[in-house]
Design a protein around this ligand. Structure first.
Ligand code: HEC
Ligand code: HEC
Length: 297
């Protein structure tokens, strides 16, 4: 098997995640509460919709200052993440969760001001005292939100059950699609491991125009060879998380497979792992069926 289930048992729902339930509950309340935006109209959940695997059904989300630069990604299985944001700009979830607060295009309420606002409310202060042993601060706010995001785990898809030995769990098309994924499709080169992501950044050509890639990781490192690189996302929860890619430019999984079939978009810094694929129409349809079977049903 090109991908193994190693470590997945630890994070399936119901298994102990080693997360404090009181902190998760506080983080959940904060995530769904518009109190964290400047004018109290926007919550984290406004752009990370639970019904869409905590992504945004809109190609680009709208925040207080207009449209965001990129598509809001799924938050499923971030506990397994090693870098955050599409360009890898945030090394930890604690760093990441404060970014939308400070961003004038998103919630426009920097963490210190958000913590001060919460501290004025005796109910929030009591919740912070109870869960984190002190009043709301920037660090405690980061801890609560990051802990809630870590609790958003998803496994137990038909594909997991199949790999566990339940040979009835996948249809003939889905099973055929799994072999395309691992063989002619070459998807496992980047989408591997328990979360179907190598946690690395690659230039696939999404968003490239006139032969020139977007900045991607270049904006973080300033290294020319990082131009156009974006983080490999998990493939879990895909059945609900359309549209796809960092710019929300591909509306369906069929569109995604066609994108890979032609080897991505041409640009000046192509990944050596990308090339045009020789897939039949049946291969492509089976691959789409397999991708959908990575979501529990
Ligand atoms: C206005 C829409 C919007 C709001 C509100 C918002 N986000 Fe996001 N979120 C995004 C977008 C867009 C990205 C991708 C940004 C990028 O990579 O450039 C993102 C990325 C993330 C990521 C990174 C995931 C990964 O795998 O790299 C996390 C975690 C996250 N958001 C959590 C939160 C939390 C917690 C809140 C509330 C404090 C929040 N978001 C509020 C739009 C939003
Ligand atoms: C070179 C590494 C690489 C290979 C090979 C690869 N991917 Fe990806 N995949 C990525 C990266 C990086 C992204 C994000 C690109 C972006 O948004 O700029 C991505 C995004 C996706 C997405 C969108 C997920 C989302 O939440 O938006 C899907 C679906 C996907 N890939 C499926 C596949 C399939 C199917 C194959 C095989 C045909 C494949 N990938 C091959 C690296 C790769």
């Amino acid at each position: 098997m090109a991908f193994e289930k190693a470590g997945w048992e630890d994070v399936t729902p119901g298994a102990p995640l080693g997360l404090d339930p009181a902190i998760v509950a506080l983080g959940r309340s904060l995530f769904f509460d518009p109190v964290l935006s400047r004018d109290r109209t926007l919550a984290c959940a406004s752009c990370h919709d639970p019904a869409a695997s905590f992504s945004d059904p809109r190609p680009r989300s709208t925040g207080l200052g207009g449209q965001t630069e990129r598509h809001a990604p799924t938050l499923v299985n971030r506990i397994l993440g090693e870098a955050f944001m599409w360009d890898g700009a945030a090394p930890t979830l604690e760093d990441q969760v404060l970014m939308p607060l400070a961003n004038p295009v998103e919630m426009d309420l920097p963490a210190d001001r958000a913590a001060a606002r919460l501290a004025e409310d005796p109910a929030w202060t009591a919740r912070f005292e109870q869960a984190l042993g002190g009043p709301p601060t920037r660090a405690r706010l980061a801890s609560a939100l990051a802990t809630f995001v870590r609790a958003l785990v998803q496994g137990d898809s038909p594909v997991d059950r199949f790999l566990d030995g339940d040979v009835e769990a996948l249809s003939a098309e889905e099973e055929a699609g799994m072999w395309v994924f691992e063989s002619r499709g070459k998807c496992w080169r980047c989408h591997n491991g328990a979360n179907f992501s190598d946690e690395r950044l690659h230039a696939t050509g999404v968003g490239a125009k006139d032969g020139r890639a977007e900045e991607g990781q270049f904006a973080v490192t300033g290294q020319e060879e990082h131009r156009g690189r974006f983080k490999t996302p998990t493939l879990r929860g895909l059945a609900h998380s359309a549209p796809y890619m960092h710019d929300g430019s591909l509306a369906s999984l069929e569109d995604v497979v066609e994108f890979y079939r032609r080897g991505g978009e041409p640009h000046g810094n192509p990944s050596p792992l990308m090339e045009p694929l020789e897939l039949t129409d049946a291969d492509a349809a089976n691959l789409v069926a397999f991708l959908k079977a990575l979501t529990p049903r």
